[in-house]
Ligand binder design. Structure first.
Ligand SMILES: [Ca+2]
Length: 123
């Protein structure tokens, strides 16, 4: 009976170790995004790896028209993760997705789209 507890602990060791291994290998993936000035992944571009509180610090405020990423970055309309948000691993043409809806003459419709609106990036 005294042997049962250490024996059980030994049985769970690979499980604990396995979880640890899995966790450490996934944390080595660096999230990066390449942003483009034009739609279709064209024009001037720049890669960001890590959060960007204000794209204006890099000359990229309200300038992004498409992006590609190995993760799914959260792109915000305002600096420091504020305003509207759009999340996707890539977007080929930001003239398409609607950023905000409003009522015009009693009809709900898109009043602003995402092209040239992104001001901050968070992973
Ligand atoms: Ca903006």
């Amino acid at each position: 009976m005294k042997l049962l507890l250490p024996l059980l602990a030994l049985c769970f060791l690979p499980l604990i170790f396995g979880v640890h291994l899995k966790r450490s290998s996934s944390s080595t993936t660096t999230c990066c995004v390449t942003v483009y000035e034009d739609v279709g992944y064209k024009g001037a571009n720049r890669q960001f790896c890590g959060n960007v509180g204000f794209l204006g610090d890099y000359g990229w405020n309200d300038r992004i028209s498409s992006w590609k990423s190995n993760c799914s970055p959260r792109m915000y309309s305002d600096a420091y993760g504020k305003g509207a948000v759009i999340v996707k691993n890539e977007y080929k043409d930001l003239r398409e997705p609607c950023m905000s809806f409003g009522r015009v003459n009693g009809v709900t419709q898109c009043v602003a789209r995402w092209n040239d609106q992104i001001s901050s990036i968070y992973f």
